[in-house]
Design a protein around this ligand. Structure first.
Ligand SMILES: Cc1cc2nc3c(=O)[nH]c(=O)nc-3n(C[C@H](O)[C@H](O)[C@H](O)COP(=O)(O)OP(=O)(O)OC[C@H]3O[C@@H](n4cnc5c(N)ncnc54)[C@H](O)[C@@H]3O)c2cc1C
Length: 452
């Protein structure tokens, strides 16, 4: 990265050129008063990012492309949280949120059936009730269409958001450019999905519809139980999501990114920055980015915003050595999971459990993933490992991206539900635009924390 810095009209202008990516940036809007001197020389003020998952790291990358100094805080280190065990799919086609009108038809069956990939921990219902009420309201046709449009607007820019990251060979090596196949085991489910597929088309998602024979020609190891399928154009997946984040971290660390394995307990915005409480010590930064996934509501509250964030728990099981059975991510619509070939085996990831942050794993859902994946791929043996992750979910299925109400220098980037990997690049770019005072690539009103 080559940077030219000049003070003009009371502002510091930075022009940076990323030589390897050939990306050219012109940056500004940082008043000189916010800079401070160290050993007599001007230095960039530090920006704190809380959370080192997909969103925190992509934000760090975008801010550092602008020449900022960045400190990441995360007690768990890099790429843990929900970012660790997801299905790895770049799902730019997934603009249909879980809150959609089919909920009213399917929810009773989902909640009562032991075959359902959608579960509720009944003991959590009293705490969940306000979220669930908003979720149901957000599933009404007009509301859901607004959520789908907001997601589609971000998803349509998701690939551009990744471009500066994937221009680096050491990061691009984690990308597998095989389009995702989404399957239906009976015609009735495929028919029921027509309205959602129609809305996807309307919102610009490109796909081919496949018959059973086409599916078997693409993926011969699959059992012949799938009647219809959809192949989403230009999608891809990561062979190792956490490995990608570790490689990104190492690249950024070599350029000066600092990681502190500490928990942040408070964020206090002010007119010229933000004060973070880290291990009981108050520390000042020029800006703070809240990227703590499902744990972000407490910080939003401290910064003046009541955000109804909860979690959709999800699981994965891993079959070591079985990644050769399929060549691409394969989703099973009725069963609510993906099977993704990864570098360390076949990962079967998905399901939704509404049950808060309890660490206890739902054996029935893990068994369901195992049973159903073996139905789809009969030669699978036994999983050697399982994982539980906490998706950060707002009841309308749309993330929060924007400034806090109590201070413009606290930036929110959380609530990416099933799409945090996919939306990481564009979210990081939006964070950097807000810090720089540039216009973001799209109108941010639908993503505001104040929309609730
Ligand atoms: C089963 C499953 C499958 C999925 N599949 C996909 C997929 O195929 N494609 C896709 O796009 N998305 C997928 N997702 C969703 C995706 O994983 C999430 O949206 C994404 O990981 C969220 O990233 P994040 O950085 O916001 O949060 P996280 O990855 O959860 O990171 C938040 C970080 O904040 C840290 N933190 C929390 N509190 C504090 C604190 N007080 N101080 C400091 N740090 C703190 C945590 O330690 C954590 O590391 C899936 C999720 C699940 C569960």
């Amino acid at each position: 990265m080559v940077c030219l810095v000049a003070d003009v009209s009371g502002r510091r202008w930075t022009i940076s050129w990323n030589l390897s990516a050939g990306v050219f940036h012109a940056l500004s809007a940082v008043p000189r008063a916010t800079w401070h001197a160290a050993d007599g020389a001007s230095v960039m003020p530090e920006i704190a990012i809380v959370g080192a998952g997909f969103i925190g790291l992509a934000s760090a990358a975008a801010l550092m492309r602008d020449g900022h100094r960045v400190v990441l805080f995360d007690p768990s280190g890099v790429g843990q949280g929900a970012s660790f065990g997801n299905a790895g799919t770049f799902a730019h086609y997934a603009c249909i949120p879980v809150n959609n009108p089919s909920v009213f038809r399917d929810l009773p069956r989902f909640l009562l059936s032991n075959q359902s990939p959608f579960r509720l921990r009944w003991g959590y219902l009293p705490q969940l009730a306000p979220w669930l009420t908003r979720f149901l309201i957000s599933s009404l046709p007009r509301r859901y269409e607004a959520s789908a449009a907001a997601l589609a607007a971000l998803l349509g820019r998701a690939q551009d958001g990744y471009a500066p990251l994937l221009a680096q060979p050491e990061l691009a090596r984690f990308v597998r450019p095989r389009e995702c196949l989404y399957l239906y085991s009976n015609a009735a489910s495929f028919d029921a999905a027509q309205a959602a597929l129609g809305l996807r088309s309307k919102l610009g998602v490109a796909f081919d519809v496949l018959a059973g024979n086409d599916i078997r020609a693409l993926e011969p190891s699959l059992a012949p139980i799938f009647e219809r399928g959809v192949l989403f154009k230009d999608s891809w997946h990561f062979s190792d999501p956490q490995g990608f984040l570790q490689a990104l971290y190492e690249r950024l660390a070599a350029q000066g990114l600092k990681l502190e394995r500490s928990s942040v307990s408070a964020v206090q915005p002010s007119a010229d920055g933000a004060t973070l409480t880290v291990d009981g010590v108050a520390r000042r930064f020029s800006h703070a980015v809240i990227a703590t996934g499902a744990r972000s509501a407490q910080f939003a509250r401290q910064c003046g915003d009541a955000v109804p964030l909860d979690t959709e728990r999800g699981y994965h099981v891993r079959y070591p050595g079985a990644q050769q059975l399929i060549s691409r991510p394969v989703g099973w619509a009725e069963r609510g999971f993906y099977m993704t070939p990864m570098s360390d085996g076949l990962r079967v990831a998905g399901t939704v459990e509404l049950g808060g942050f309890n660490e206890t794993r739902n054996r029935a859902l893990l068994d369901l993933l195992t049973f159903a994946s073996k139905r789809a791929l009969p030669t699978l043996a036994t999983p050697d490992n399982h994982w539980l992750g906490f998706r950060p979910s707002l009841p309308d299925g749309v993330p929060v991206l924007g400034r806090s109400s109590a201070g413009a220098r606290v930036i929110y980037a959380f609530g990416h539900q099933h799409l945090g990997l996919t939306l990481a690049g564009i979210s990081g770019r939006i964070v950097a635009d807000l810090v720089a005072g540039r216009a973001p690539p799209l109108e941010l009103a639908p993503y505001a924390a104040t929309r609730f």
